[in-house]
Design a protein around this ligand. Sequence first.
Ligand code: D41
Length: 680
Amino acid sequence: MNIPDSIQQQAQQLRQQLEQYQYEYYVLDAPTVPDSEYDRLFQQLQQLEAEYPDLIRPDSPTQRVGATPLAAFTEVAHAVPMLSLGNAFTTEDIQDFDRRARERLEQRQIEYAAELKLDGLAINLRYEKGQLVQAATRGDGSHGEDVTQNVRTIQSIPLKLRGENLPPVLEVRGEVFMNHAGFRQLNAAQEAKGDRIFANPRNAAAGSLRQLDAKMTARRPLQFFCYGVGEVQGVELPDTHSATLAFLANFGLPVSRHSEVVTSPQGCLNYYQKILAMRDQLPFDIDGVVYKVNRFADQQTLGFVSRAPRWAIAHKLPPQEVLTTVLAIEVQVGRTGALTPVARLKPVEVGGVTVTNATLHNQAEVTRKDVRVGDTVTIRRAGDVIPEVVSVMLERRPPDTEPFQLPDRCPVCDSEVVRVEGEAVARCEGSLKCPAQRKQALQHFASRRAMDIEGLGEKLIEQVVDHGLVNSVADLFTLPREQWLGLERMGKKSVDKLLAALNDSKQTTLPRFLYALGIREVGEATARQLAQHFGNLPALMKADLDTLQKVQDVGPIVAQHIHAFFLQARNQEVIQRLQTVGITWTEAEPNSEQSSAEAGAQPLAGKTFVLTGTLNGLTRDQAAERLQALGATVSGSVSKKTHCVVAGEKAGSKLTKAQDLGIDILDEAGLVQLLAELEG
Ligand code: D41
């Protein structure tokens, strides 16, 4: 078929534009357009290609997935062997490494390139005349497996190198890995489908790369960073490793931003300390750093011994997964009565922190992992998340252990424990009769984002509840000074401060007050919606189920919780007493059509945003405020009515849900971009 020139040109332009956007998004991590724009162009190209199949080229952005599943992987011989890395653990190991290299090179000082050691899988990418022609795993270093189809689905790996004068052969080596957010999303999706749960991001990356059906790999959020080159023909490489990484970045290949050049073993050790300190903030796992003699001429002179170069060494970081034993499984009672099994562990260092307990989440999780008292378990601590039990070493299980079962009575108040069909959590039915729930309710009430009562911390709340001085949040405001003075570590000064803080907290806002009440499923965002919708408390308290469900965010379950809460005499009484002691707020205007009249200045009017995960450059509050100032509604849960989800680091189920529903997703950079554009 003859394709008109204009169509050819249009396709060419679309491909170039899409490649540029993809590069900005995945490699530079700095998108310049919203996802929707990318999707629009992508669909245009897809349509053109459907109309004129001869337009399709293997490096087209539409052709990342498409190959038919393989029966098995074929073997690939590496043109240049993929070496392995020696390990160092101590300062002396590094000093020895440097001394040996200096002796062999007869130099007084060596320049090193220091970089992260990603905990993933090494692969080799072969580009011929700029086209990705083959991707292979490291295998035994001389032979690996052909995983080209799968690697083509990794969005940050260019199918075509950028720039002019592309070399006839350029092999790039690097690590394929999965970041924490992707790992959590994947496991959440796996769990929902009843599929295998991965123990850590490395296993998830390995499992994803080894899928025979590339369509499966395409759904796994894999990433890639270069760390070197293999066979190179027809192009002069720079003289150093560090310059080579920059050279690769110029071709549009992803290179980590965390590499540095240092000039001494002390420089290496400083780099190590710096990376160790920021490890928990990295969005992916690393298991060490790597030091490489920077000058290629020196690397050549040093050569290698039994497949490990004398010019490079991995300096291992403390492991993030270690073995320990379960001393006991205790049950904690949360604010809403949820029972959480927690493993008490033989204290152990993980990633430089001593860990003594790990959450087991719920009964289903304990059952799935079959964690028992006495078991030897692998625990993992990565990022700044709570340590988790990853798996049990069954071969080390002592005789006479028993499966763990949550109690059917609350360990704190002996009330009945109920597990609602279809819900993962079991709950103590004791409500505020249960001291554990009362303590947590008080803590929540006093917390910064709720009533913000400074100085009323966990220890103090323990005391007032255990002494029977405070039964409800209202009692906090009527407890006489002498009673506070009688408590441990409460001198005159602290008591005066606390009383002042209690007094200050009385002037609040309706959203804060509603949030502070601790109604189930009513987080800050929902509290704001409720306040906005009803404008005052009596209207909300009177609302029936149907009226409640008219509120953005509020579905039948949440409505039920709110309704039931205000129906309880005890809750009504507490609210009454709180108002009697002087808690006030200025009433907000209820939502009316009037407010949307200002829509001209509010480009996001009528749009609902959900914020999830951790943002780095601004707080979620700040983000919400700025979105709201632009007219957006910021909601706490994702539904079909959501227009956009802003997913920070470690975004979890909300992001997965947004993906499932096909809702637009912005990352932090995208949000910042959007705000910058709209705020003018
Ligand atoms: O990030 C890594 N995992 C990494 C692995 C890295 N940054 N550099 C590496 N450099 C090498 C040499 C020095 C042998 C070229 C490596 C690896 N090797 C490696 N990965 C798996 C086996 C060897």
